[in-house]
Structures are given as C-alpha cells and as structure tokens.
Design a protein around this ligand. Structure first.
Ligand code: FAD
Length: 443
C-alpha cells in the first residue's frame, strides 16, 4: 500500500511548483512555503539589488533573492523549458512568442502551470521557513518546520517530509583574487575600483563610458559583457577557459578576451594571466553562486567548498532519506527536465512506490562519486555540475521512475544551444528563429 505523506516544500520557484505537482499526483498532502510575495522564484524579476554589490552576506537585512537582469531572455529555447503535459513551446503566456522569450514570459508560464496543476492553492506566500529539524532525536521520520508568516509570528508545524526547493542562484560565489601593492600583498578590498557580482547587475547604464572587466564565461557573463559593450568604453572578459580566443573579440567593437585575473593593483590596474593589464573602473564577477541553506542545521549535512553532502544522486542525504530531499541542485543540464524527474523520484520514494538503497549503500555510492571526481581531477566545488554526464543523469532518474529516456532531439538542441552561447554572437537567439538552427526538433 502506498504511504501518504504530509510534505513541506520549501520554496515556490520552478522546483517547488513542479515538486508540489508530482507530490500531489502521488497522493501526498502538500504545503509549499514561499518567503516572497509571489511564486516563480528566480523568474520574478526584482529590480532591487543588495546593499553590498558583492552580496557577501546572505543574511543581511533585505538580501535580494533574484538575480535576473532587466533585459534577460532565456538562454535555453522554450522547447527545453516546459514540463510534461504543460509545455512552454507552442503557446504564449505573456505576449512574447519568441523561441528565447524574456523573463516575463517564463514567469507567466509558471503562474499558469501552478494554477492548472492545482499547486497555486497550496502555496503559502510570505511564509519563510526559518528552521527544519528532525523531531526529537529521530533520524528524520518526522520534521518540525518553524516558519514566519506575514504578521511576523513564528509557528511550528510537524510534517513527515521536507523537500528543499529554495534555489541556488542567490548567494554570490566570488573568487579570491590576489591584490598587489607595490611592495606587499593586500586584500582585494583595497582595489580602488568598484566590484560587484552579476547577482546585482540589472541594467547597463551605470557602466556608460567605463572600462569594465567581466569575470567568467558562463551564460550570464557572456550576456552581461555583450550588453555592457554597447555603452562601455571597453569590456575585458577574464576567463579560466578562454582557450585560443585571447585578444580582441571580432564580433565586438570594444571587447577583449583574457585569461584569468592574475592580480589587481592598488593603482587600479587589473593584470591577466597571459601578461596583459588594463586600468579598469569596475569588475563584475559572473562566477556563479553558493549553496546556502540557513534553515538547515544538521551535523550530517554540510556545504563544504560548494559541495552539499553527503547527497545520493544530488537529492537524498542518506541518513534522512527519503524524508529530506533537495530538488534542483545540479546544474549544466536541461534544468526544468531535471527538476521534474527529481521531483517524481522524491514523490515515489516517499510513497514507497520506489525503494531507495540502504543508507550504507547510498553512502558507498556518494563516496564512489567523490573518488571518481578526484581521479578525474575535478575540484570539489564542481560536485553538482552534471557536465559532461548530464544525459546519463537524466536517464538514470528516468529509470528510477519508469519514464522514457531523454529524446535525442532534446540533447541535440541543448548542445547546440551551448555552442551558440559560447560563440559569443549575440544574434543567436533571433537567428535560431529564422534558420531553425536545431534540426531534428519536434513541431
Ligand atoms: P528559485 O527560482 O530560486 O526559487 C526558489 C524559491 O525559494 C524562491 O521563490 C525563494 O523566495 C524561495 N525560498 C528560499 N528560501 C526560502 C525559505 N527559507 N522559506 C521559504 N521560501 C524560500 N534556467 C533555464 O532553464 N533556462 C534559462 O534560460 C535560465 N536562465 C537563467 C538566468 C539567470 C540569470 C539565472 C540566475 C538562472 C537561470 N536559469 C535558467 C536557472 C534557474 O535558476 C532555473 O530555471 C529555475 O528558476 C530554478 O528554480 P528553483 O525553484 O530551483 O529556484
């Protein structure tokens, strides 16, 4: 017989919404806690920025969750951003039919999805989870969730399970950079220019006429460098994996590619690994985000050098499985698809339709994952990147819950998108429409 669990879902972004749908479908009772005033998470554009442009303290009063810039269009085509039975492709939700729509379209899609899936009614808005802990001295058979409501009152409720969907694109990860005075080494804080993280980037105007160094060559770094180049005097991209593209970027009037930042100097110069340097006004770190779960304080679960562990397949901490789980930690994959498959797995593990390995076997699998990473020379902080085994991960999840493997057109479309992003050609989103770049795609 299937078990019906009472489940607390933390967060009503894309992960929390699809997790709630899958939990409801499996017959569980669901309460979704959302600290902000609306569902949608990342996709609810927030024009505010943190008081500290580097966003170093996620507990600072008024810390901002959202990391979208005003002009943001999706970096994946809409065919790769829907949920089963509720595609984003083929329909228009906020008047933006483009293949790579602006953020409002995705938000409207999520609103419509939540309404149709019967999830919207389960979302408690302005309800921040402050603490989730196992009841008594248990192994997590039941969980006490302390949450603060709109009126500021803190309440406690007991659930069978907690599904963490609190997002991981909010707390900036800023690399350590050497700073050089003429005679001694000092902290980066002594660099005289402005430093910020892409989390706090909204519009290009403040960078008009400036020389800007953009650190990082991910989707956001490329987008922001491109956008700023239209108003800035010069843009310099500093990237660890710049490959053979060092020097002037042909597609741009005023942009150059460099190796990593070697160090910064107190006279404002930024020196790059290949030996060149520029006098910069601003450094924008587009260097990703840190996992951060302020409402969890568990001895057996840590975040160490951006590794959340131990976690079996990025989802279940062996000691507390299946009653504590995380949705949406892995990145470099088709995000929405991975959110949905993880959610189905969690829902089925909670009902007993799927049996997880023993705690010991899960721990063995986690250790094996770490060992393989070490052998391959992959740093700990890359634990949750799925690249290059992202298809294997999605197919493995699909096997757990009896879903079909990833269709070939999806993986081809995803890899084609990455090639387009890395081409640095800003017209790829619109060219896609005209040229139907991804052949083999469905209607
Ligand atoms: P979020 O969307 O961050 O949602 C988490 C929710 O949890 C938030 O609403 C937050 O308020 C809430 N919350 C947090 N803590 C608590 C608490 N203690 N109590 C209650 N509620 C809490 N993905 C794509 O597929 N395509 C793209 O083109 C794409 N572009 C992106 C561009 C940028 C700049 C960024 C930052 C991300 C992009 N992503 C993209 C990835 C994006 O993060 C995912 O699409 C998706 O939105 C992740 O959803 P989530 O629910 O895991 O997290």
């Amino acid at each position: 017989m299937r078990r019906r669990a009472e489940v607390a879902v933390v967060g009503a972004g894309a992960a929390g919404l699809v997790a709630a749908r899958e939990l409801l479908r499996e017959g569980h009772a669901v309460a979704v806690f959302e600290k902000s005033a609306r569902a949608g998470g990342t996709w609810a554009y927030d024009p505010r920025a943190d008081a500290d442009p580097l966003g170093r303290d996620p507990r600072a009063p008024g810390a901002v969750h959202g990391s979208l810039y005003a002009s943001l269009r999706t970096n994946l085509p809409r065919q790769l951003m829907g949920f089963s039975g509720f595609p984003l492709a083929g329909r228009v939700f906020a008047g933006d039919p483009r293949t790579f729509p602006g953020h409002r379209e995705v938000l409207a899609f999520l609103d419509a999805f939540a309404a149709e899936a019967g999830v919207a009614a389960r979302v408690r808005l302005r309800a921040e989870v402050l603490r989730a802990r196992p009841l008594g001295r248990g192994q997590g058979e039941r969980w006490v969730v302390a949450w603060r409501g709109e009126d500021g009152e803190v309440a406690e409720e007991v659930f069978d399970a907690v599904v963490v969907c609190s997002g991981h694109c909010s707390v900036p990860l800023v690399p350590k950079i050497r700073a050089m005075l003429v005679l001694c080494v000092t902290g980066i804080d002594r660099w005289p220019g402005k430093q910020m993280h892409s989390h706090n980037y909204r519009v290009p105007e403040p960078f008009r006429g400036q020389t800007v160094v953009v650190v990082g060559l991910g989707a956001s770094g490329i987008d922001i460098a491109r956008e700023i180049s239209h108003v800035a005097k010069e843009v310099h991209i500093a990237a660890r994996y710049s490959g053979d593209r060092l020097g002037k970027i042909e597609l741009y009037r005023n942009a150059w590619m460099h190796g990593e930042i070697e160090c910064v100097q107190d006279d404002g110069q930024v020196r790059f690994a290949e030996g060149s340097s520029v006098a910069a006004d601003t450094i924008i770190y587009c260097t990703g985000y840190r996992y951060h779960f302020p409402f969890l304080d568990l001895d057996e679960l840590t975040v160490d050098d951006n590794r959340v562990g131990p976690l079996y397949k990025h989802v279940f901490p062996p000691k507390y499985a299946p009653n504590l789980s995380f949705i949406g930690l892995p990145y470099k994959s088709i995000v929405f698809q991975s959110l949905e498959l993880e959610s189905k797995w969690v829902a089925a593990a909670l009902s007993g339709r799927v049996t997880l390995p023993s705690e010991e076997d899960m721990m063995t699998a986690v250790r094996e994952h770490y060992r393989r990473m070490e052998e391959a020379g992959r740093p700990k902080r890359h634990t949750h990147t799925l690249w290059p085994e992202w298809v294997e991960y999605l197919d493995w999840l699909a096997d757990q819950v009896g879903e079909p493997h990833l269709e070939a057109w999806r993986s081809e479309m995803y890899e084609e998108t990455l090639r387009c992003i890395w081409s640095l050609d800003e017209s790829y989103r619109d060219r896609w429409e005209g040229e139907n770049i991804a052949t083999g795609s469905p209607p």
